[in-house]
Design a binder for this molecule. Structure first.
Ligand SMILES: Nc1nc2c(c(=O)[nH]1)N[C@H]1C(S)=C(S)[C@@H](COP(=O)(O)O)O[C@H]1N2
Ligand SMILES: [Mo]
Length: 371
């Protein structure tokens, strides 16, 4: 489909603010300066599709079922109404970030969508805990990994676009949900209606949309986009451009500590002597966020910024610092977040990997300070 056809689809979905990427599938990111709310509105939430967006008629949505089978004692098939009534319903805020967010920062460039920095957002997710469903079915001792199935085909129509899964430890973690609502509204089609996985801390690829079947497996799942180099990172540091054998690649199970400056917007202008608010968000995956610093001189000096605890364990944390620019001319502002294990955003290059995942290089905005 052409970029203009994607524009029309985004307009129809109320997502005119998004920037479509050049690709055969519908993929669109948020301009970073529009990520200015603690809960990203659905209208501004990025969209990532590995294949075609499926369509479901009213009867299909009404009769939707989720099947749980494989290494379980009692295979189950439940309607949406049964999923809502039989299990505790929980709501949590969590960041959803595409593994490829920030890929444009890699040098040498890697294959894959050339995302800028806006393939991320934080939403309020409502659904049931995947663990509760697995307990209802009863796990066999052989169960090791979940396998998730959806109806979206590849762009060429040949086979499923994506079938990922979760290691059992994550499937059983309380934050892992089968969600049917985003920001208090039923999921929209582009975000996986009527049912999707929410796997906070894992890359977005693990957040399977349009899910209708979960099979428990006795080994790591090997579905579409689970094997080879897809959504995998090397087990050792690489020289930029080095491609190790696939056997040295491991499934991504975490996202790195990261932050974004939302205001001022890059390319904007400020006035010398007049205080301005520098605002943004910081977050991390399974290792808690521990601190944030800003540099108003391109990384020569840093100022710590106090952070509140997140609203939910995997929500992003807003930051704000009042700054009065002194010198006139072009200035680069950087944000650098740190996690509780000493992980810190690199000022220059993030560790290179063949598919360009998990780029957490410091975000920078360049502004003009006028007299
Ligand atoms: N069925 C299905 N689920 C999917 C995908 C997909 O292509 N098909 N893409 C995944 C990827 S790579 C990401 S980053 C997130 C994006 O979720 P969003 O489109 O709701 O922002 O969905 C994930 N779930
Ligand atoms: Mo993704």
């Amino acid at each position: 489909m052409s970029k203009t056809a994607f524009r029309d689809l985004l307009d129809q979905a109320g997502k005119s603010d998004l920037t479509p990427l050049r690709d055969a599938a519908l993929n669109a990111e948020t301009p970073v300066h529009l990520l200015d709310e603690p809960i990203t509105p659905v209208s501004r939430f990025f969209v990532r599709n590995n294949g075609q967006v499926p369509s479901f008629d009213d009867a299909q949505l009404k009769n939707w079922t989720l099947t749980l089978d494989g290494e379980v004692e009692h295979p189950l098939t439940l309607s949406l109404a049964e999923l809502r009534s039989r299990f505790q319903i929980v709501t949590e805020e969590a960041v959803l970030e595409c593994a490829g967010n920030g890929r444009h920062n890699y040098s040498p460039p890697t294959e894959g969508l050339q995302w800028g920095d806006g393939a991320v957002g934080c939403a309020r997710w409502t659904g049931l805990r995947l663990a509760d469903l697995l307990m209802a079915a009863g796990l066999k001792p052989s169960a090791r990994y979940t396998a998730h199935f959806s109806a979206d085909p590849c762009v060429d129509g040949d086979g499923p676009a994506l079938s990922r899964g979760l290691p059992l430890w994550k499937a059983l973690s309380p934050e892992t949900l089968l969600a049917f609502e985003m920001n208090g509204q039923p999921l929209t089609l582009l975000h996986g209606a009527p049912l999707r996985i929410v796997a906070p801390g894992f890359p977005g690829s693990a957040w399977q949309k349009w899910i209708h079947r979960i099979t428990l497996r006795d080994r790591e799942h090997d579905g579409a986009k689970m094997t080879g180099y897809d959504y995998r990172l090397p087990s050792r540091p690489l020289r930029p451009g080095e491609v190790p054998p696939a056997s040295e690649m491991a499934v991504m199970e975490d996202m790195p500590v990261k932050s974004l400056i939302v205001s001022p917007a890059s390319g904007g202008s400020l006035q010398a002597g007049r205080p301005t608010e520098i605002t943004g968000f910081a977050w991390s995956g399974h290792v808690p966020l521990a601190g944030l610093e800003l540099s108003m001189d391109a990384g020569r000096s840093w100022r710590p910024v106090p952070l509140r605890p997140p609203a939910s364990r995997f929500a992003w944390v807003p930051f704000s610092l009042s700054w009065t620019p002194g010198d006139t001319g072009e200035t680069t502002i950087l944000s650098r977040a740190r996690d509780a294990r000493g992980g810190i955003q690199p000022v220059d290059d993030a560790p290179w990997n063949p598919k360009g995942y998990a780029n957490n290089r410091c975000h920078r905005v360049t502004v003009m300070v006028a007299a």
